[in-house]
Design a protein around this ligand. Structure first.
Ligand SMILES: [Zn+2]
Length: 373
């Protein structure tokens, strides 16, 4: 009897080993940090845990890149990868890290704010794990992650997530969303600890301006907006005016005072910083999208969205020719430049000065790969 099933058993066992090796290698690859090649003017790389030691050794700890000119001036913080499925935020941060030179003030960049979310993708979305950008020095691979922290780091989700300290109720899934976890707390959940560490960084480094980069589905109304806290309304308005001169349209949105946990609300309420959040249009996040593949991250061309725009039945911000990564990164870079130019205009005694940062027109002309080392 046993003899009869021997070969079947061996076959099943072998198949299981092959699947294990394949799945295991993909699992390991998602835990490998993509190497970055900082500009020669980088002065220091720290762990986020240096601002809150309890996250040391966990996947909440993430690299903090510091460009300190040594000259007095403003301190700016930039976050990419708050949501690891919003790739233009990561790539904008990487371009800054690999090109920037600061000659006055200090610029701090966290490219993978939700490090944990880069180790998995969202279930049931069919998303790619990686995407590749061609550069003059070869191909660079980057991870496409999940909107929220990996359940291996924070589990299980409650049915209802109660934000601390406001008590605001959200879906249980949002308990792993870094951008619903501010201001965080030292003895809180995994995401609350990461949120707390970032808030501590803002306090300890006395950050003047903090910018959180995002992307959103074409049907989300806050696309191409600058969202800011009410205390920096003038700065946001000046930045949007500066962007008009580059022929870039941005809407000005104020952070709702009763919507808690978000960077632009909690950083502004709990620290001295002036916070901003920017969104670009990313069809891979959209509910109407068609085939989901790595090319959609790079060229942003989706036939279903093009059709939806042409029907005019929905209010969708989508260019039927595509929303390529170079355009989304270019908008983020130009948005950062405009916010900082506005800051320097309004606070000349605390200005920050830098070089080697490309803007929208450079990105559109030369593409993303030209700025990756
Ligand atoms: Zn986001």
């Amino acid at each position: 009897m046993l003899e009869k099933y021997r070969w079947t058993a061996i076959f099943i066992l072998l198949l299981a080993v092959i699947i294990m090796i394949f799945a295991g290698s993909q699992f390991v690859e998602m835990h490998r940090l993509e190497p970055l090649y900082p500009s020669q003017y980088l002065t220091e790389v720290k762990g986020l845990s240096e601002y809150f030691s309890a996250i040391r050794g966990s996947s909440g700890d993430t690299e903090v890149y510091i460009f300190d000119s040594g000259q007095p001036g403003a301190t700016v913080l930039l976050l990419g990868g708050t949501h690891p499925n919003e790739s233009s935020s990561l790539i904008t941060a990487v371009i800054i890290i690999e090109n920037l030179r600061v000659t006055k003030g200090k610029f701090i960049v966290i490219p993978r704010a939700c490090q944990s979310g880069f180790t998995c993708t969202d279930p049931m979305e069919g998303c790619p794990q990686m995407f590749t950008i061609a550069s003059a020095n070869g191909h660079r691979k980057f991870r496409f992650g999940s909107r929220v922290a990996n359940p291996l780091d924070q589990w299980p989700d409650p049915l209802v997530y109660s934000h601390y300290p406001s008590g605001q109720k959200l879906s249980g899934f949002e308990t792993r969303n870094l951008n619903r976890s501010y201001p965080g707390r030292p003895d809180g959940s995994f995401s609350e600890k990461v949120g707390y560490a970032i808030v501590q960084l803002i306090r300890i480094e006395k950050v003047d301006v903090a910018i959180d980069l995002h992307e959103a589905a074409p049907e989300i109304p806050i696309i191409n907006a600058i969202i800011s806290h009410e205390k920096c309304r003038d700065l946001a308005a000046t930045a949007i005016l500066n962007l008009e001169f580059s022929d870039l349209k941005y809407a000005m949105e104020m952070s709702p005072d009763n919507f808690h946990g978000l960077s632009h609300r909690e950083w502004g309420d709990n620290t001295e910083t002036m916070p901003f959040l920017m969104e670009t249009c990313n069809p891979i996040q959209g509910r109407l999208r068609g085939r989901t593949h790595a090319g959609l991250i790079i060229d942003g061309v989706d036939a279903c969205y093009a059709r939806a725009v042409n029907t005019k039945a929905l209010r969708i911000t989508y260019n039927p020719a595509g929303q390529p990564l170079k355009e989304r990164v270019g908008r983020h870079l130009q948005g950062i430049i405009a916010i900082i130019e506005a800051f320097n205009e309004l606070y000349p005694d605390r200005s920050i000065v830098w070089e080697n940062l490309p803007g929208y027109s450079e990105l559109m002309e030369n593409d993303v790969g030209s700025y990756l080392r």
